[in-house]
Ligand binder design. Structure first.
Ligand code: AMP
Length: 493
């Protein structure tokens, strides 16, 4: 028997794996004649959520069609020929950061299977924290997996459920799953959109006339001209039939929601609205909190573009220190974070950012970025500012120290690689060679999203990357290694 194939590519709990994990965006539309073209457009607006692979599956009332590719949406779905392969009035799509292992296209979503109830396509944003556990069990019972994606577990659970209808099988399957999932699924009857009981990853619903649309972020609705209807509620399951009838259920009770706070800090596009708040306004508010908490004596405020821009504006407005573009970003390289090796990441920072020497020279500067993960970006940027003649460099970060890995679908490396897990703030300042370094407090971050501090014992978000308090079980981490849980341990059911 061959044991060389990993159960999953770079499972987050596999501390030895130096591979990157998944971050994703999903989109689905039911109703229009050109569903695949609309999906391609929607995915394009979600490209920041995953840049390494993309897939679309469509349904024309009889057959499912699928096309998947490595690379950006525009590289795979711009041509009329590509879209002609995807006829139908319903389509769902997915963008992701793929793992760098040899598994290639087979992990690219939507995943598809022919079940006893008919065809079933699934696009998933999030991460299932007991997927290894479930997969072992399924494999023991004879399931044959086609991919190393955790999402495929859901397909097998649906396939082997004893309930008669697809919907009951689907709910039955999800009761066994823990962790984060926003899902868009297609069956011959229509589309199903749902969010895990805590609503960790986002999902919104929009409408154009009789056409329903689901997407990870509101920006995808804007781009296709759809109106925002509402968020899919945490734990809600919405079905839209092919003739446009909508029904909704809440099979998982009503636990308090814990949406991911990092969506506000970094992940979502600033022109999206999340949890009723403009992401851009929240980021500016974080900057204002940061200025109140950690004012630096400086001549200018400089954002690390693009992710630090709104927070830097807030910092400048609150402090009265002028905002300047002291770093110019090339738009022709991807995000630094997704490169496969540290070496490549280092080179990429230089290709991506350049000092605006005329602005920086001789000045005491406050540099604002949204987060420090490994510290690679900050170290290079501080150095770049000094090379350009900055007199002093004060780094301010618009999130608390990222001390803990994410097991819910945001790509953070294993703990040992997180700078804040290895050092205190003073040591981090020395590491990145800044004259000073400060992070916004967790209470400051909560105030920026409109809540009075973190309110001991009842956080309104999943903030595990900052606090280490994970809102679900992390079964695959092993029974003995469970980090602190911030909710009473109960199965997601
Ligand atoms: P690092 O160089 O590892 O410290 O990465 C920090 C930079 O990566 C910051 O400028 C962030 O804007 C960006 N970043 C933070 N978290 C993520 C993430 N999960 N995926 C991609 N980029 C990220």
């Amino acid at each position: 028997m061959n044991h060389s194939e990993p159960l999953f590519d770079a499972a987050p709990w596999d501390v030895d794996a130096d591979k990157l994990r998944e971050e994703c965006g999903i989109f689905g539309v039911i109703g229009p004649r050109d569903a695949a073209a609309i999906t391609a457009l929607g995915l394009h607006a979600l490209q920041h959520r995953g840049q390494e692979a993309v897939g679309i599956t469509s349904f024309d009332g009889h057959e499912f069609y699928s096309r998947r590719g490595i690379g950006h949406v525009a590289q795979n779905f711009s041509s009329a020929e590509a879209l002609a392969e995807l006829p139908g009035i319903m389509a769902a799509g997915h963008v992701r950061y793929s793992t760098t292992g040899g598994s290639g296209l087979r992990n690219v979503q939507p995943l598809f299977a022919d079940l006893a109830t008919g065809g079933f396509a699934i696009a998933h944003n999030g991460n299932i924290s007991n997927a290894m556990h479930l997969k072992r069990d399924l494999v023991q019972k004879g399931a044959i997996f086609q991919s190393t994606s955790d999402t495929e577990v859901i397909i097998h659970l649906v396939a082997t459920s004893r309930y008669p209808t697809l919907l009951d099988r689907f709910i039955d399957a999800l009761r066994l799953v823990e962790g984060a999932y926003s899902l868009i699924c297609m069956t011959p009857e229509g589309m199903i959109a749902c969010r895990d009981p805590l609503g960790i990853r986002p999902l919104v619903m929009g409408r154009i006339g009789d056409t329903y649309v689901f997407a990870s972020e509101t920006v995808a609705l804007d781009v296709i001209g759809a109106e925002f209807v509402r968020e899919v509620e945490p734990g809600e399951l919405i079905e839209v039939s092919l003739d446009g009838k909508l029904s909704t259920t809440r099979p998982f009770g009503n636990p308090a929601a814990r949406p991911c706070i990092f969506e506000h800090v970094y992940f979502s596009r600033p022109d999206s609205v999340m949890g009723g708040e403009s992401v851009y306004e929240v980021r500016k508010a974080i900057g204002r909190e940061l200025a109140r908490e950690a004012l630096a004596e400086a001549d200018i405020v400089i954002p690390v573009p693009d992710s630090g821009v709104p927070a830097a504006l807030g910092y400048a407005q609150e402090s009265g220190i002028p905002f300047e573009l002291g770093i110019i970003r090339s738009h022709y390289v991807g995000r630094t974070f997704i490169q496969p090796s540290d070496g490549a990441r280092n080179a990429d920072v230089k290709r991506k950012h350049n000092a605006n020497r005329a602005i920086v020279q001789g000045k005491r500067i406050v540099l604002i970025d949204d987060s420090i993960v490994r510290g690679t970006t900050s170290l290079k940027i501080v150095q770049m500012m000094r090379d350009a003649g900055a007199a002093e460099v004060h780094m301010r970060i618009a999130s608390p120290p990222t001390e803990h890995s994410c097991f819910y679908g945001v790509d953070t490396p294993e703990r040992s690689k997180l700078l804040a897990a290895r050092m205190d703030v003073q040591a981090m300042a020395e590491f990145i060679q800044a004259d000073s370094l400060a992070f916004v407090s967790i209470d400051g971050l909560y105030r920026a999203v409109g809540l009075q501090g973190r309110e001991a014992k009842c956080p309104k978000f999943c903030d595990a990357c900052f606090t280490g308090e994970y809102p679900t079980r992390l079964t695959d981490l092993g029974e003995r290694d469970q980090p602190q849980l911030s909710l009473p341990v109960e199965k997601v059911a």
